[in-house]
Design a protein. Structure first.
Length: 118
């Protein structure tokens, strides 16, 4: 199912109480990544590193789960080289977030819909 459709349905559900109050005209707004513009690699790296720090994970623990050396983890965390993209799935599991939550887009699209009575 399309993400936008799911978001619209979620917003409609959250606002059902407005229907009961007779407030049938309202605007729903949200943002989503503009996937065509690509990723902000440095911001993504910072987000991953911040989540690792907040979770209290050690380089050795991450390395064991990813099947790489602790030195490789240290290198992408502290020296500027970024990790292999395939490891994002495992990292998302370790950090308890979806892969999408790890990624920082270059730009976001803003959506707004008006829901009105017919």
């Amino acid at each position: 199912m399309d993400e936008r459709y799911e978001k619209i349905m979620e917003i409609i559900e959250m606002n059902r109480f407005r229907q009961r109050l007779g407030l049938l005209d309202y605007t729903a707004c949200w943002e989503e990544p503009d996937r065509v513009k690509g990723l902000d690699i440095e911001a993504t790296k910072k987000r991953v590193c911040d989540l690792i720090k907040a979770k209290g994970l050690k380089d050795k623990t991450i390395a064991d789960k990813l099947g790489i050396t602790p030195q490789a983890v240290n290198k992408w965390r502290h020296k500027g080289s970024f990790f292999v993209i395939e490891n994002l799935y495992v990292l998302s599991g370790l950090l308890g977030v979806s892969v999408d939550k790890l990624l920082v887009p270059v730009a976001v699209k803003k959506w707004e819909i008006l829901i009105e009575k017919r």
